[in-house]
Ligand binder design. Sequence first.
Ligand code: HEM
Length: 484
Amino acid sequence: MRNLKKSRWLKQTCSQADTESASVAVVAAVFVLIAFVAFYRVFLHSLAHVPGPFLAKLTSLWRDAGYRRGKWHEEILAIHEKYGRVVPITPNEVSVVDEWAMKNLYSHGHNALKTPWYSVWDPPQTAPQLFSALDKKEHGFLRKRVSGAYSMSSILKYENYIQWTNAFAFDVVGELGYGSQLDMLKTETDVNNLRQNIFDVFKLLSCMGHFLDQLWILNNAAAAKLLDILGGAPPLLPFRNRTFKQVQDRLDHVDEVKREDMLQHSCRMKDAKGNPVKVEEVVIEAMNLIGAGADTTSIGMLTYLFYVVSNPDCYRRLQKEVDAFYEDNKLDSPLTMLPSIVFQLLRHTPPNFTVRGIHIPVGTTIGISPIAQNRDKEIWGPDANKFRPDQWLEDEEKAKLFESATITFGGSGPRMCVGRNIALAELHKFLGQFVRNFDFEFVNKDQPWTITTFWFAYQKNLMMNIKPLLARVDVHQIIHNWSL
Ligand code: HEM
């Protein structure tokens, strides 16, 4: 009996020892594997010799941590300043600044494929969307059927709606894509908490797009259904429901509606087989307009206000030019300063690929950071960081070169911004009207604004003293202390 107990105890002790040594072996194997991967990445990987931050070569967590800090717009400039024009930012991703690379990545015929990061922008329970479609054929089809609505001739037809809405970005895109304003101006509130929700969702998706298979675990139809049942509505649901209602209403009356806006264009689209479009497909186009077209353009407007106030000479010349344009209602004097300021502010905001002698292997993720390219001293000269609209006026040849090197709208190829014409129309209108009707200056001259970047560079706390110019607008002469 005693022997039996002893042998059981011995067996238990042995199996405990076996488990312990197996655990040690597993931990050791994991360590060896990590050490091997680290050694390979830092010394043997084909990008190992390219100068860049050490941690970036080791793990993509370095880049992800940078994104989450919200200061990537400063960090990417510092990285290029320190390491040059081709810099690894993860073990398998390079950030590049180069005019040639821009043409070969982002123009017709040459464009590289978008990375799987974009898949995170496909909301569950909606139709495929233009921006995140990775497949070239699918993207080509989706783009072709909407592009008529974005052409300059169409945008000029919508101009009345833009004027009407006082050109404020959310209401403008609402007017074009939903058939009515979003009532942000009228109610002076964030209707459906839309702006805050878009900020929160963009922050989450832009940071987490690299993780856990693009957050698939949360971002799928089953999870959305489960959330619905449990009553935990996703943040953009009220807005999505409102969009469905508005779109369905327009689809039901499309032949009676006389309004030629973008919603009308979307309602008349066909699917790939030539059948009438489904409600989900129109909804995704309308939501695209809001996501891609509102914050981007309002960021441009704030950038304008910031740089015009920071450059009194530009401000004075611009006001003079716009005044001359309206003088005696002639409206025919040429505008040069206004477009130069627009272009200047926009700047401020495949196999065997070789950039500047550095070979980028097939399968590497490659991208151009707009801010790094738009501030590059080799392209823009020693005063690349200065806001100097005259740059566009001094030399016609150079201006053409600058235009082709500016990457703000994503190059010139099939993936470039389809809403460029809307953005340009809005910005020109807003800038011209604002400078004509108001005098403005910073409240806080030492720190006029703060910028946080989560894919979009959001400006916060831009406080302005705004004085209506009495001769032109019928308002009391009061100094507004207005937070933009
Ligand atoms: C100053 C304002 C704007 C800027 C700087 C801007 C910039 C860009 C950039 C860089 C891209 C390419 C993004 C990528 O592929 O990662 C893009 C795509 C896009 N933009 Fe804009 N955008 C602006 C305004 C607008 C407006 C007003 C709209 C619509 C009303 C719009 C709609 C779109 C859409 C739908 C795409 C996806 C195009 C495609 O993949 O084929 N954008 N934009």
